[in-house]
Design a protein. Structure first.
Length: 170
């Protein structure tokens, strides 16, 4: 079901519609937050605040516009706000202390995602994850990120080339 219809159902009082909204957007929200923050735990925190903000502001959404882009923009802004607020904090990498943090990879992409984060620029990582892990078309990614489709295709192509090279080196 289209996100617009689900949002309208949620506005009309069908709280179960939110489950489907979440199911359809969770991966893209996660990977956008991960691309900005570079940390899986913080990306999960941003997911929570994103969906709280979606619920709080759902009545301000204009039905008929791009719901995915609206939610992605909220996630990106939440991630940027968190990144800005954490600039003065000392961060500890959970991979260095897995025995303390019990680090896991919630979507099972683990090593490839880590390699992509190390190898690609933030934009390339975001485009790659939205296209490959989330299954969006490049045109849709362009709408979500306010980026022309040819630019998305170029960033995707560069990301694939860099990943192939990085995998060959390992």
């Amino acid at each position: 079901m289209k996100l617009d219809r689900l949002i309208q159902k949620f506005i009309d009082g069908q709280s179960s519609a939110f489950d489907e909204i979440y199911a359809q957007t969770r991966k893209s929200v996660y990977f956008v937050a991960l691309s900005v923050l570079g940390d899986a735990g913080l990306a999960e925190d941003v997911m929570q605040t994103t969906y709280l903000r979606v619920i709080k502001n759902i009545r301000s959404f204009t039905i008929g516009t791009n719901a995915s882009a609206w939610i992605i923009k909220i996630a990106k802004n939440e991630a940027l706000n968190l990144k800005k607020s954490r600039r003065r904090e000392l961060s500890v990498d959970e991979r260095d202390n897995e025995h303390l943090f019990g680090a896991t990879h919630p979507y099972g992409y683990g090593e490839l995602t880590d390699l992509a984060k190390k190898t690609l620029t933030q934009d390339e990582f975001t485009v790659l994850m939205l296209v490959t892990a989330c299954g969006y078309k490049r045109r849709e990614v362009g709408q979500m990120l306010d980026m022309p489709t040819p630019t998305v295709s170029w960033k995707y192509s560069n990301a694939i080339k860099k990943m192939r090279q990085a995998l060959e080196e390992n």
